[in-house]
Design a binder for this molecule. Structure first.
Ligand code: ADP
Ligand code: ZN
Ligand code: ZN
Length: 723
């Protein structure tokens, strides 16, 4: 009897053995349904053997084999690497590589997208102009519609016209445009772009990591797409990772414009299960030439993989913060090496990790130093005091004057503050009481419209207090500025302006973000107020003024990456201004304009800042100049956390006798000591060498299994974002 060893998506190290009923066939990678206790689970076969350590009579059978194509060997290997490197059970890592297996038939959205002429179609069909035929009339109709022929318009066509249209579609003369924007025009690359693309293309077929460092608006996307087009033309597939779901439609439109005849699919958690499964299968079959996705797409089976792109590679959302705590950028680099293909990491503000590699010539740096759109230049930066006596709800006079000028010119402005809600604090003016979350060590945020206090960490909600619970005073004041407060302040200061707010609250509804985007593009919005959702990647041509409030907050943070993050965010936000030839201006309210972060912004010199920060990290022995593993533990009682971490610490010290290259720090409370009712603690281990840390963590984790921890949940975070 054949026995299949199955890795299950549970927090257990070992794989489980099941016998294979006669007539069924599996191989490593097959997805099967089995029972564990009373639970039915989907797992992945990792080995087929003839004998098991478990008594044959006690083995359960495999209940069912999923119709899903078995995972290919390289994806099994990739999951194995991820499990080993990130100290996670193999079954959980393998689960990341599977599409959702239940629910949701594919929506046929693509059929409903408008159809527009592709670049090839424009050329091939141009001779129809001025003729009189069915095709010529149809061509004239489509050519006049830059946003494409909608599904309703297609229904009005005659049968003959529809037949012509479907021929054109097969020939690649027309293609679906996923959104009503982006005409199918692809710019001529400038010299920098051409050099960068040529360098990447020159390495197709071999592992070669590139850091494509281009200022905001320098046209990095065109470089990716040019290299992608070549990789696809040679029969390859391309994987493009982007940080945010909201960015995929815009990116998709550009992909379709640049690669009209290539099939592109997107893969992200915002899709219906059936759509994700279909996209996954198309990638696996090789019918999709390009896969555009968020971090989870890094595991997609791609038999003809030829190039990987990670856009906005510095973005923190590439790191998963629960379960298997992998970093998709780093996994992508592993995969590029595994598959012998080039990888391009693109950013205006590279992560110090990537910067470090580039400085040591492990990554080849490609530079784009000018804005690509004709006439576009980087915006001018102006600093204004944040504490301005004449400020209206945080809006200083300099910024207000700038906004008025911008509106008078008929252009758009963006005002950025990285806090949603009305105010980040609610305080008593008499005794100093401040509303705090009962379940977290955190302040509650005022949401004025709902007259509520909300915790942004655990979701706790309470009504706004009428009087101070400590002294009875009725003078309670919201302190600080959130997006809702800013929105109101702008409305009263600029009564004729049309204002829209973009943050997690205003875009919760499906499609809300896209519809706000469309309003901005159509010019029905004058001033945008929002959080970092607005900072990333978006291209709004009429936006010329960016205002920034409250950026100094980041400078007080205890997080060792705070400065790096603040710089990246500021440069991203500032980069939204003046992208299409209209002169841009950035007004930053700060009380510390001489801080290195603001100097970097004003002089547009990220390199110098990055070198300075890297030097500081080296001295402080922080990542990327040291390798860190973080043990996180939480329990309802602090004593349980302390006991667990104490035992873990002792176990680490005992191992360190033999592993001298690893430094072990004492347990401490987490930066947020209490969250959602859990007491949290952590301890750091670190090494100058990745390999040594890895060996240590593997041995340490094995000993942790023996530490009594029934009331404690713990996890190891390798290369943590903060600690
Ligand atoms: P980045 O991602 O580097 O911030 P984008 O790739 O979004 O920049 O490009 C910014 C804008 O410049 C886009 O509107 C793009 O269409 C345009 N663009 C890119 N390359 C060129 C070029 N060679 N000539 C003209 N416009 C270009
Ligand atoms: Zn009080
Ligand atoms: Zn809370």
């Amino acid at each position: 009897v054949t026995i299949a060893r199955v890795a299950l998506p549970i927090n257990a190290e070992q794989a489980f053995d099941y016998w294979l009923p006669a007539g069924l066939e599996v191989k490593p990678g097959s997805v099967v349904r089995v029972r564990l206790g009373r639970k039915a689970l989907l797992g992945v076969v990792v080995a087929c053997t003839e004998d098991s350590a478990v008594d044959a009579a006690r083995l359960a059978p495999i209940d069912e084999i999923s119709p899903l194509t078995p995972l290919p060997a390289d994806v099994l290997e990739l999951a194995g690497f991820v499990a080993g490197y990130y100290q996670a059970p193999l079954g959980l890592a393998l689960a990341l590589a599977l599409p959702p297996l239940a629910g949701g038939v594919p929506a046929r959205r693509r059929e409903e997208s408008p159809l527009a002429l592709t670049v090839a179609g424009r050329a091939a069909l141009s001779q129809l102009a001025g003729r009189s035929s069915i095709a010529a009339a149809l061509h004239a109709q489509i050519a006049a519609l830059p946003n494409g022929l909608t599904i309703d318009e297609r229904k009005q066509l005659s049968v003959a016209q529809r037949r012509v249209l479907s021929q054109w579609r097969k020939a690649g003369h027309v293609a679906a445009v996923p959104a009503l924007r982006d005409s199918a025009s692809v710019p001529q690359l400038n010299l920098d772009q051409r050099d960068a693309a040529a360098a990447i293309i020159g390495k197709l077929g071999t592992f070669a990591p590139f850091l494509l460092q281009g200022i905001t608006g320098s046209g990095k996307t065109e470089v990716y797409l040019t290299a992608a087009a070549e990789a696809i033309a040679r029969g390859g597939q391309v994987l493009v990772l982007v940080p945010e779901i909201n960015l995929t439609p815009q990116f998709e439109a550009r992909v379709r414009a640049a690669l009209p005849s290539a099939t592109a699919v997107s893969l992200h958690s915002g899709l219906a299960a059936g759509d994700r499964r279909a996209a996954w299968q198309a990638a696996y079959d090789g019918t999709a030439a390009l896969v555009l996705g968020t971090r989870l797409a890094v595991f997609t089976p791609l038999p003809r993989l030829a190039l990987i792109v990670v856009d906005e590679e510095h973005d923190a959302s590439f790191k998963q913060q629960e379960g298997v705590r992998y970093h998709a950028r780093d996994v992508a680099v592993f995969r590029a090496r595994q598959r012998d293909v080039p990888i391009v990491l693109g950013s205006a503000t590279p992560a110090l990790e990537s910067w470090h590699h580039a400085r040591q010539d492990r990554y080849q740096r490609l530079l784009l130093t000018t804005r690509a759109s004709p006439g576009a230049t980087l915006p001018r930066t102006i600093f204004a005091p944040d504490r301005d006596a004449r400020a209206q709800e945080g809006l200083g006079s300099v910024l207000l004057a700038g906004l008025r000028r911008c509106l008078a010119r008929g252009e758009q402005a963006l005002v950025f503050v990285n806090r949603r809600g009305y105010a980040p604090s609610y305080k008593c003016t008499a005794c100093g009481w401040e509303a705090g979350c009962p379940r977290c060590s955190a302040r509650l945020t005022v949401h004025r419209d709902a007259r509520q206090l909300r915790c942004h960490h655990c979701g706790h909600i309470e009504q706004l207090h009428a009087a101070c619970p400590t002294c009875g005073n009725i003078d309670l004041l919201p302190r600080g500025i959130g997006t809702q407060r800013l929105e109101r302040a702008l409305a009263s200061a600029l009564p004729s302006a049309r204002i829209a707010r973009i943050d997690r609250d205003s875009t919760r509804r499906r499609g809300a973000f896209a519809s706000l985007r469309t309003q901005v593009e159509e010019g029905t919005v004058d001033v945008l107020v929002g959080t970092q959702m607005l900072a990333k990647g978006h291209d709004f041509p009429r936006l010329t003024l960016v205002g920034v409030l409250g950026a100094d907050n980041a400078l007080y943070s205890a997080d060792f990456r705070a400065t790096e993050r603040a710089a990246a965010l500021l440069m991203q936000v500032a980069g939204r201004a003046g992208r299409a030839g209209l002169a841009g201006e950035v007004i930053v309210q700060t009380d510390f304009p001489d801080h290195a972060v603001y100097r970097a912004l004003a002089t547009d010199d990220y390199d110098r800042l990055a070198d300075t920060l890297l030097h500081e990290r080296k001295i402080a022995r922080l990542p990327p100049c040291a390798y860190v593993g973080l043990l996180l533990a939480q329990a309802h009682a602090r004593a349980d956390v302390d006991r667990f971490l104490g035992a873990a610490h002792a176990a680490a010290l005992a191992l360190e006798q033999t592993d001298a290259g690893v430094e072990i720090f004492s347990p401490v409370p987490a930066l947020m000591a209490r969250r959602a009712g859990f007491e949290r603690g952590q301890m750091v281990v670190q090494s100058n060498r990745r390999g040594e840390l890895q060996r240590f963590l593997t041995r340490w984790r094995a000993t942790l299994a023996a530490v009594p921890s029934s009331r404690v949940r713990f996890a190891i975070d390798v290369d943590p974002m903060g600690f």
